[in-house]
Ligand binder design. Structure first.
Ligand code: ZN
Length: 167
């Protein structure tokens, strides 16, 4: 089952992203000047650091490699924001299924995919660490419930492995 999951999960956020919060806002400026911590809180409720498996770079279909970490959890488990920031995108199409992108510290982008359903937020809303973004599911190209979590660094949107941040 794990193998099936790993080959299926090839989600990545849409290349185009718009910042839904004004660059002159105090929130944006605060995020811009705050470095991304070396250690981030677990984005899935009840998962311990020791349970994580580093799935970064695993081969995916069409020559892609895995740009994130898959965190296994039961359907309906709350997904928690790993950063303060604001919601820059909410989408319900493509491989990521129900997915949210958050702009956080140092304007890094945090991508949460395959949600069963969303929490209460809309694009532009401010979120804090631990806020419930949605609930674990298998929407999009996931074959079993898990959170796909990706981190993309500013300014070039380079994908970086979330595993060292979470362990
Ligand atoms: Zn994944």
């Amino acid at each position: 089952m794990m193998l099936e999951l790993l080959t299926a999960c090839s989600s990545s956020p849409a290349k185009k992203s718009s910042n839904s919060v004004s660059k002159s806002s105090s929130l944006y400026q605060e995020l811009e000047k705050t470095p991304l911590p070396k250690h981030l809180p677990m984005p899935v409720e009840g998962v311990s650091r020791g349970q994580l498996v580093d799935t970064w770079g695993n081969a995916r279909s069409q020559g892609r490699s895995h740009e994130g970490i898959d965190i296994m959890a039961k359907r309906g488990t709350p997904i928690l924001s790993a950063t303060d920031g604001f919601i820059s995108k909410i989408s319900s199409y493509g491989g990521g299924g129900n997915a949210i992108t958050i702009v956080g510290y140092a304007l890094s982008q945090h991508y949460y995919a395959h949600m069963d359903r969303f929490g209460k937020y809309k694009v532009g809303d401010e979120v804090k660490v631990g806020d419930v973004l949605g609930y674990v599911g298998s929407t999009g190209n996931a074959s079993t419930p898990h959170l796909h979590y990706g981190i993309y660094l500013y300014p070039n949107r380079v994908a970086t492995n979330p595993y060292p941040y979470l362990r």
